[in-house]
Design a protein around this ligand. Structure first.
Ligand SMILES: NC(=O)c1ccc[n+]([C@@H]2O[C@H](COP(=O)([O-])OP(=O)(O)OC[C@H]3O[C@@H](n4cnc5c(N)ncnc54)[C@H](O)[C@@H]3O)[C@@H](O)[C@H]2O)c1
Length: 422
């Protein structure tokens, strides 16, 4: 290994592809200017990841010698907001419920907003936070349909104009092993990538049943992980992590997707159990994407890329040319803490990170695969990004986030699409 450099110099020394696909730039491990400062933060979405993100933000602040004050928390369900609020010593009147909870969180004097709601709500909640001038941590994915993903790009441009940070929960981009392998690939360690496979083959995380007399809105907000309209389906909601690595390591976006999928056993909602997608990245490079949520089946989560002169397993083993790259230093081995360290440090350095475009693009890559599997058609990147004559360009999943606020929530049929008919 070469003598270690700080990570900013390190990233500066690697050849990175187009700006929106570049590795998240990270910042020198200098003590944060303004040590001892109190960071004011609000949280929207008080479930597993929301609570986790608040813990991670707090841990990141501590690494930087900063304190944290939670100004407010919000969730569709007030009791969930209150349970989180209690952990952070918040009064009940700073714990908001209902579909408009996020407006109330954003209206407090927080500088940072953490958003970990179901993906369908991300575009409007992110737009509201940027409108109010907040730095944003937004969980992945950032939309469930092409209209939403494109709106996140537009909101990200507003955030950039206002000097706001936008960091997203793609933690692999903040992990030393992935950053090192990306640098090695850029330095030619495996030659030219000619193909690969990315996988999230696992089990259904959870299902939640409808209670007698429960409203559509409540059932969907609770069992969101099993409805395409709320989650985007698991290719978007979960497998996005691996697709993100493919786009990052290749340094470009796919041109088309042709996919299969289906449903064998899922008990609620309208999603598929499994997807198998061929992404064509141009220049005869194909990436096979597989994802499955089926208990009792072979499981693997990871990425493999085959180059002309070697092979790379995501953030793991790399076999190829003996090339030296500078050591990557991280403040935390936990990528979910490091992403907050990088966000806060970027704000304090006056160079806010802005992941909006790249996470919206990767969300769109996953949506492209889903649409192909649902319809049985070949889907072009241009169908979703530029060709407004395409039947998929204006695809909008309903009920929308706005419908929840209007109180007009219809329940999607609890059966999956049929390819060739969808
Ligand atoms: N980066 C990662 O590794 C990672 C891991 C898990 C989840 N996630 C992402 O985090 C997000 C949340 O996932 P989770 O596992 O915490 O799910 P969860 O169900 O535990 O939490 C979601 C919370 O959002 C609340 N909610 C629903 N509708 C809302 C609305 N309109 N406004 C405010 N709150 C609302 C729910 O009541 C729930 O408390 C998802 O986008 C998921 O993909 C990321």
């Amino acid at each position: 290994m070469n003598p270690s450099l700080d990570r900013r110099s390190f990233l500066g020394s690697t050849a990175l592809a187009g700006a929106s696909l570049a590795a998240t730039p990270v910042f020198a491990q200098t003590p944060a200017a303004g040590a001892g400062k109190k960071l004011k933060v609000g949280l929207i979405g008080c479930g597993g990841r929301g609570n986790g993100a608040l813990n991670d933000f707090t841990a990141a602040a501590k690494i930087l010698g900063l304190e944290v004050e939670v100004t407010a928390v919000g969730d569709f369900f007030k009791d969930k907001a209150e349970a989180t609020g209690k952990r952070f010593g918040l009064a009940a009147d700073k714990c908001f419920g209902g579909a408009d909870n996020y407006h109330k969180v954003i209206a407090t004097d927080c500088e940072y907003v953490l958003n970990a709601t179901p993906p369908a709500f991300r575009p409007i909640q992110f737009a509201a936070a940027v409108e109010a001038g907040k730095h944003c941590f937004i969980e992945k994915p950032v939309a469930v349909d092409p209209v939403g993903a494109r709106s996140v790009i537009a909101t990200g441009e507003k955030a950039a104009a206002k000097g706001l940070a936008v960091v997203t929960g793609t933690q692999r981009r903040h992990m030393a092993d992935y950053l090192r392998n990306k640098a090695l690939i850029d330095a030619g360690a495996i030659g030219e990538i000619k193909g690969g496979v990315v996988q999230w083959n696992g089990t259904v995380p959870w299902i939640k049943r409808r209670n007698d007399g429960e409203s559509n809105a409540s059932y969907l907000a609770k069992n969101w992980l099993n409805f395409t309209e709320l989650s985007g389906d698991h290719i978007v909601e979960q497998h996005i992590h691996n697709l993100d690595v493919a786009v990052w390591f290749l340094g470009r976006l796919p041109v088309t997707a042709v996919g299969f999928g289906g449903r064998a056993r899922r008990e609620t909602g309208n999603m598929f159990d499994f997807f198998s997608i061929d992404y064509d990245f141009g220049d005869d490079v194909h990436i096979h994407s597989q994802c499955r949520q089926l208990s009792g089946t072979y499981g693997r989560v990871g990425e493999l890329f085959t180059g002309t002169e070697g092979v790379c397993m995501g953030g793991g083993k790399l076999k190829g040319k003996d090339i030296q790259v500078p050591e990557v230093k991280v403040d935390s081995d936990n990528g979910q803490v490091q992403e907050h360290v990088d966000m806060i440090r970027s704000v304090m350095a006056g160079k806010p990170l802005n992941d909006s475009k790249r996470i919206a693009e990767v969300t769109m890559v996953a949506i492209m695969g889903r649409i192909s599997a649902y319809t049985g058609q070949l889907i072009r990147w241009s169908d979703l990004m530029t060709n407004d004559k395409s039947p998929f360009y204006n695809l909008t999943c309903t009920p929308t986030a706005a419908d929840f606020e209007k109180g007009e929530v219809s329940l999607p049929e609890e059966k999956p699409p049929v390819p060739g008919k969808a």
